[in-house]
Design a protein around this ligand. Sequence first.
Ligand SMILES: [Zn+2]
Ligand SMILES: [Zn+2]
Length: 304
Amino acid sequence: MSISKILLYYRFTPIADPKAVMLWQRDLCELLGLRGRILVSEHGINGTVGGDIAACKRYRRKTREYPGFHDMEFKWSEGGAEDFPKLSVKVRDEIVSFGAPGELKVDEDGVIGGGVHLAPEEVNELVDTRGDDVVFFDGRNAMEAQIGRFRDAVVPEVDTTHDFIDEIESGKYDWMKDRPVVTYCTGGVRCEVLSSVMKNRGFSEVYQVDGGIVRYGEKYGNAGLWEGSLYVFDRRMHVEFGEDHKRLGKCVHCEKPTDTFVNCVNEDTCRRQVLICAECFAQPETRHCGRADCAEVAIKALTQ
Ligand SMILES: [Zn+2]
Ligand SMILES: [Zn+2]
């Protein structure tokens, strides 16, 4: 039996011909039988692919042959091609969509003017020396933070990465402009852009967790400043760093602890992923996100 794996990677570097890179990447993945999602822009590449371990290794070696990608880091994760519905390789204005492609500046070393990268142990050192002055700022969608976040983190009210710029410009977070702000996200890619967007708007001391929550959790498990589960964008839905993790997620209906997101029953107009415990999900009338119109849909489904 062959072993499968998932590779996660990104690199910010100028790409003169994103379309050529996209076509090359698509051919390469098809040849190797990999599935997943790859975005290419003039600022870099961001991908997650899964397949046979030998194919993944070959993919990594071939991809590093492109000069801009030669020192790109690849993270290995459990899983395989079957975790993705298909292969999707696309050219986009942005590899993470903040809606600010004209603002981002990159060179061969990565994003220009981004936050200072902190290794996991440097995050803890910063908190040891600066104490409560340090603000953790969640760089993910608010929903993801419901089941896990850094201790006392500020969680912006964003449904998608696209909402960040308005949220930051709202003035709500101006109190942290002179404080040390540590941005964090799943694997680090969103904070590469977020930290530069914040610095451009007057936040004076911005950091980013190098390798994101994944790297921090691998280093400290549940014994550091991270609390709870990590939301992931594949079939697993969430992962933990050991069994003794805190359970931050609560059922929207009964507040019982749960880490499991499910789709609201109102799939036509809601599509929200929401925390509903097994007991409440077993009842058709509580298979909704809590919104009044969704509750109505749930009741209707019951009487049909
Ligand atoms: Zn419940
Ligand atoms: Zn709903």
